[in-house]
Ligand binder design. Structure first.
Ligand code: BG6
Ligand code: BG6
Ligand code: GLC
Length: 907
């Protein structure tokens, strides 16, 4: 009995001594709680640095956006292929994710070796090898006939701008293949697969880091999971970050998974105070010296080696093995993590230690075994401590992002060190809980690796891809080829000729109305004039004072509202109201009762017998707004001989209807053009001398069916729902009010197809006219962040997600782009005609432009100009914005008419 006690005492004493000895020797590796809290704070700062746009380039912890935005919701389904490359084992898998939300996943897999010649050889060969393995897998599993989407788990730091791309930033761990750095891994693999065209038909839809795969795998079973940690060959973590904190990705909505790449923590020197001589020595002998310094203190690839370096040093110092060293102990990599794990086993630990040391050619005493075991403990404990500190930083960040006092969360775990080491998980959990006492953390081991999660990401990607294809199909309808645009230009040209010729005019769709405006201002005009501007977005009354010789004009104007009951009343009531407004205005200007010549901009097509016949005597000129615009610009630039209106959405839809019915004129023009034509070409008017302005009324272009080939179903719907079906086809493809309606029709269709607004067609979306030009312009503005677009849509009553907003923006873009191009084709037709009529090789023409679409839309004017340039290369077209609206032009026309009248009387 005594002997037993004595032995126990002896052993305890021996153990204590050995432990004290090792503790003393490895003093620097034992991190106090204080140090851990300090490291935790440092890592918090690193994360912030990596997330910031300006600080990211120099940050060592890269905080890479992964483009994985949501954890699985159970609706994922389908059959997928998966590759898992970069951990200790390379696997190819087929994953079947069940349908009907049953949360059931079936996997078949096959391991393939990764020999050093392959993973440290030539990059092309590495990818060819991976493709070969995949092809082999397809053959053995009899999958060659299937087209399957593939998700690639690739456990290295990759920069992503989308899910299906990954630019390799650096090789880590055991890999170092040439020619891959800085290139896209997905396209390299896609290229390599081309050699197997016969039996490989796969589409790589997603690239995910193993941490992301792990998090997603665990999240499939536990929706609280929002962190993924790997402690295996390498170490790393990912977590769900608020989009508003991710500077590198546009959008503020929701969250995105960030791959921290924490293995590189310390690469900028941030951990020098805790690194030991062993860490430095290990680093020097590694494949990537100076890199992944945090990882080298933690992960499986390095732990055994750290232990070996320590044992060697202790032996040299005579602290172990009686100062003897074996040759095996000198060989790099001789002690592996699995050895460390075995030596730390509870019961068999010491026996294992003896066996392992003996295998290394050493002759360990009991004391040696105890000491070596303790070395292992210190090294692996430090690893767990460091991981815990970084993980605690992430958890704190999550808690703060959510503004919670207590956070309840789950961390998905994987990696061989974590899985096979007997004490590791317990120690890690304990330290994390100590460092963040205000977090209730559940650690969930991913039993099935990262593949299940990668398949979830692929499933979502494949759904998005299918939807994308449907959306692209719709948008493609609005993309006009150069050939089609040339066709439009040529057809427009034909219509011009039809409208001008006496015998074809009655049937012409582009009416080419003579305006009796024959002269441009010459600067000698003078006097006071009244002008009315009716038909645009506003109704304005103006007093225009023209001073001769100085080309200077002073204007006073007042905007009047036209009350709804008057807009919807008779034409007579409308004109009574207008007369009242004029009287008010004169009163307001102190000119009560004055008889002033009046010019009237009336933006609806009317056939004029002569310029002043339609109204009472004091109305000298009724002009179309295009003519007013041309005149306004012509006063400044004598080259101006075209007037263009690209109007916005009108509030006065009802106004139009009334005017249309009562006054016997066609519908209001949103899109129109006028120009100066040679009198000899105008068959409807006597005389061959000089020029006259023609109001083309080109909005009616296409009414004979000549644009049917480019009309979409949406154009047809808009036309059918309009007040004048079958009429003004060109205008309905180009002017603001209709553009909004086309957009609305497309959105309704996409929603019906389940591609937008969660498939829900809201009442708002069914409301005509919600997309006014100003909204289109705002939505398409490049300066707006996605979130702002979303806000505009919400203001419009459309409850949209971020993805919805992107699609809506694209739809608006496609529709307005086509409009600008069609405008350009029409304009090209007129400038070409002018060039040919004058028999010139080259011509310079100024186009006076007005209208909110042209003025406000962020891209319209640019695309219009580009199209004209392409379709009329021999014409040098200048665009001049009419700053003063067409009221000034109306006054000028009146002045010119007065001048010409006077001249006639004097003769
Ligand atoms: C596996 C995952 O379970 O763990 C891999 O499927 C991951 O994606 C690996 O890379 C990490 O651990 P180790 O120890 O194999 O590097
Ligand atoms: C104004 C002109 O500037 O533009 C009006 O004065 C014209 O005559 C109008 O009708 C067209 O643009 P919108 O987009 O305001 O209707
Ligand atoms: C390395 C890689 C990282 C990976 C980790 C775990 O740190 O750089 O991408 O997640 O190992 O495998």
């Amino acid at each position: 009995m005594f002997a037993v006690h004595l032995l126990a005492f002896y052993f305890t004493k021996l153990k204590e001594d050995q432990i004290k000895k090792v503790d003393r020797f490895l003093y620097h590796m034992r991190l106090s709680d204080e140090t851990l809290l300090d490291i935790m704070a440092r890592f918090q700062a690193e994360m912030q640095k990596g997330l910031g746009k300006d600080t990211n380039p120099t940050a060592s912890v890269k905080m890479l956006p992964t483009f994985v935005r949501a954890i699985p919701d159970g609706s994922e389904n389908g059959e997928f292929l998966s590759l898992d490359l970069g951990g200790s084992k390379f696997r190819v898998l087929k994953v079947q994710v069940s349908e009907e939300g049953k949360r059931n996943v079936q996997m078949e897999s096959q391991f393939y070796p990764t020999p050093n010649e392959i993973i440290r050889g030539n990059g092309t060969e590495l990818f060819e090898y991976v493709a070969d393995c995949l092809a082999d897998f397809m053959k053995t599993k009899e999958l060659t006939q299937k087209k399957l989407p593939l998700g690639l788990t690739f456990s290295f730091p990759c920069k992503q701008t989308k899910l299906e791309e990954g630019i390799l930033l650096s090789w880590t761990k055991k890999f170092k293949a040439r020619g891959v750095l800085g290139t896209d891994v997905v396209s390299s693999l896609t290229n390599a697969m081309k050699r197997h065209q016969q039996d490989l038909d796969v589409d790589i839809l997603a690239l995910v880091n193993d941490t992301v795969g792990t998090m997603m795998t665990c999240a499939y079973d536990d929706p609280y999971c929002e962190v993924g940690v790997i402690i295996g060959t390498g170490t790393n973590a990912c977590y769900m970050e608020d989009m508003s904190n991710i500077d590198l990705v546009e959008g503020d909505e929701g969250r995105m998974c960030i791959n921290t790449e924490w293995g590189a923590f310390g690469d900028d020197g941030a951990l020098e105070d805790i690194r030991t001589e062993f860490d430095r020595e290990l680093d020097l002998g590694s494949l990537n010296p100076g890199k992944q310094l945090f990882e080298k203190m933690i992960s499986g690839l390095y732990l055994g080696e750290l232990v070996r370096l320590i044992l060697l040093k202790m032996a040299k110092a005579g602290l172990l093995f009686g100062g003897e060293k074996s040759s095996a102990l000198h060989i790099k990599g001789k002690i592996e993590t699995r050895h460390v794990a075995a030596m730390e086993r509870y019961k068999e630990g010491l026996a294992n230690t003896r066996e392992i040391l003996t295998d290394l050619g050493l002759e360990p005493s009991d004391a040696d075994c105890i000491a070596v075991q303790h070395v292992c403990t210190i090294v692996s404990f430090r690893s767990a401590n460091l991981c815990a500190a970084a993980l605690a930083a992430i958890l704190t960040r999550l808690r703060e992002n959510k503004k919670l006092v207590r956070l309840r969360t789950t961390v998905g775990m994987d990696g061989t060190l974590y899985k096979i080491h007997p004490q590791y998980p317990k120690r890690l959990h304990k330290v994390v809980r100590k460092l963040v006492p205000n977090c209730d953390v559940r650690f969930l081991l991913s039993e099935s690796g990262s593949t299940k999660g990668a398949a979830m990401v692929t499933a979502v990607a494949s759904r998005v891809q299918a939807q994308r294809k449907q959306i692209d199909k719709v948008l493609a309808l609005f993309r006009l080829t150069q050939e089609q645009l040339v066709g439009v230009r040529n057809k427009m040209r034909v219509e011009f000729e039809y409208g001008l010729k006496k015998d074809t005019h009655p049937r012409a769709t582009v009416k080419m109305l003579p305006t009796y405006v024959c002269g441009m201002p010459d600067g000698t005009e003078k006097g006071k004039f009244l002008a009315l501007d009716l038909g645009g977005t506003n109704f304005r009354v103006l007093l225009v004072k023209i001073r001769s010789g100085r080309r200077s004009v002073r204007m006073y104007n007042k905007i009047f509202a036209i009350p709804l009951e008057i807009m919807q009343g008779t034409g007579e009531e409308l004109f009574d109201h207008i007369v009242q407004c004029i009287a008010d205005f004169l009163d307001y200007m102190g000119l009560k009762g004055a008889q002033l010549p009046l010019g009237f901009t009336f933006s609806f097509p009317c056939r004029q017998a002569s310029i002043d016949k339609e109204f009472d005597l004091d109305i000298v000129a009724v002009v179309n707004d295009t003519v007013g615009t041309m005149m306004t610009c012509g006063y400044e630039d004598s080259n101006c001989e075209v007037g263009l209106i690209a109007e916005g959405a009108q509030d006065g839809e009802e106004l139009e209807r009334n005017l249309g019915e009562e006054q016997g004129v066609a519908q209001g023009t949103g899109s129109n053009m006028c120009y100066m034509e040679e009198m000899r070409n105008i068959e409807l008017v006597e005389g061959d001398e000089g020029k006259m302005c023609i109001n083309t009324e080109w909005g009616g272009f296409g009414d004979n069916g000549c644009l049917d080939d480019i009309q979409t179903q949406y154009d047809k719907e808009v036309d059918e729902g309009s007040l004048n079906p079958g009429k003004q086809r060109y205008e309905k493809m180009t002017s603001g009010m209709y553009l909004g309606e086309i957009v609305r029709q497309i959105l309704i269709d996409l929603t019906k197809q389940g591609l937008l607004f969660r498939g829900h067609i809201s009442e708002r979306l069914q409301t005509r006219g919600i997309f006014e030009t100003k909204f289109l312009s705002q939505i398409e503005s490049d300066r707006l962040a996605l979130l702002q677009v979303r806000r505009i849509l919400q203001q419009l009553g459309l409850d949209s997600t971020c993805e919805d907003s992107i699609v809506v923006k694209e739809v608006c873009g496609a529709v307005s782009r086509r409009a600008a191009q069609l405008y350009g084709a029409g304009l090209a037709a007129i400038v070409e005609k002018r060039r040919e009529d004058q028999g010139l090789e080259h011509v310079r023409i100024t186009v006076g432009v007005d209208g909110t679409l042209y003025k406000l839309h962020p891209h319209f004017s640019r695309i219009l100009r580009e199209t004209v340039k392409e379709l009329a290369p021999q014409c040098d077209v200048m665009f001049m914005l009419s700053e003063d609206g067409s009221g000034k032009g109306a006054a000028l026309i009146t002045a010119v008419a007065k001048r010409l009248q006077q001249a006639q009387r004097e003769h």
